[in-house]
Design a protein around this ligand. Structure first.
Ligand code: PDD
Length: 285
């Protein structure tokens, strides 16, 4: 007899539902996406779907390449997301979905017969205008993550620890710095600094997620005449920057007014950040 227990209930292992035997739960063996809609339209849908396919491929969950064969059908995933979004009828929605490698007895080796599991939620994005008008404080945290942060993996323990540390310090976000003191990104956001007419953010690499917001922020920055420097900055440089802000799908641009206890400029969102926010609205209208 093989036994399992879920909270206080004991049962035969064979009676346990596949949702408990998911490799996503055992190993974080899966990848995810977060999208949002503005006023009834999903923003940057193609970009998110493309990044999702890249994440699947990176962890070798097969993706259907033609019309035949097996693997995750990306076109079908896109259609499912659209159908659920239409059904939800939420104008400003947060869309979360993931795929895990599948369910089965806990074994590090995935084996051959796994069927990927799909999970999705759509919820209303709470409006928090003060985030943009007043800005947020951020703390710093050592980047103790793995070496493939470019994959949008379900393994987010270090990110959770960093965010929890930030919350304890009364901050909205934690900014990761690596062993050389260089900033990589936020625990769930991209990080940007402005000095003079220069916008600086970490270069794309395996150390950061290829943020979709980052891509549009760079486009908006070019449009308003900022020069782009894709190069990590140190925490010391961040402290003395004229303006700092975060980029994340759910909130797009969020000004940072306090960095690791240090007030940035006069403690209110800077003029370039405001101009970027306005320029960004042209993409989401
Ligand atoms: N996080 N870096 C990390 C580590 C992130 O988790 C995120 C987003 C970003 C910003 O990426 P994008 O612009 O594509 O949202 C950067 C999502 C929203 C999350 O995990 O909930």
């Amino acid at each position: 007899m093989q036994i399992a227990m879920i909270n206080d209930k004991m049962m035969e292992l064979s009676e346990v539902g596949p949702e408990y035997m998911d490799r996503g739960t055992f190993f974080g063996d899966g990848v995810y996406e977060v999208l949002r809609s503005y006023n009834g339209r999903i923003f940057a849908f193609d970009e998110h779907i493309e990044r999702f396919a890249n994440s699947l491929e990176a962890i070798e969950i097969p993706v259907l390449s033609g019309v035949e064969g097996t693997g995750v059908d990306i076109k079908q995933i896109r259609a499912k997301v659209q159908t659920c979004f239409d059904k939800a009828g939420i104008a400003d929605a947060k869309i979360y979905f993931h795929i895990t490698r599948g369910s089965g007895p806990r074994d590090h080796s995935p084996g051959k017969d796994l069927k990927p599991n799909f999970f999705l939620t759509i919820s209303e994005l709470k409006q928090e205008p003060k985030l943009k008008t007043e800005g947020v404080s951020v703390s710093i945290y050592p980047d103790i993550r793995w070496k493939r942060c470019d994959i949008k993996s379900l393994n987010l323990l270090a990110n959770v620890m960093a965010k929890s540390d930030a919350t304890k310090k009364g901050c909205w976000e934690a900014i990761f710095y690596d062993d050389n003191g260089l900033i990589t990104e936020g625990s769930s956001s991209a990080f940007f600094a402005i000095t003079g007419d220069k916008l600086q953010t970490s270069e794309l690499s395996t150390h950061i997620l290829p943020s979709i917001t980052r891509k549009f922020v760079i486009r908006a920055a070019r449009n308003i005449g900022l020069k782009i420097v894709e190069e990590s900055l140190t925490a010391v440089q961040a402290r003395t920057a004229a303006e700092l802000f975060l980029g994340v799908t759910t909130r797009d641009i969020i000004p940072v007014v306090r960095f690791d206890g240090q007030l940035i400029a006069n403690g209110s969102p800077g003029r370039w950040t405001k101009a970027l926010n306005e320029e960004f609205r042209k993409f989401t209208a």
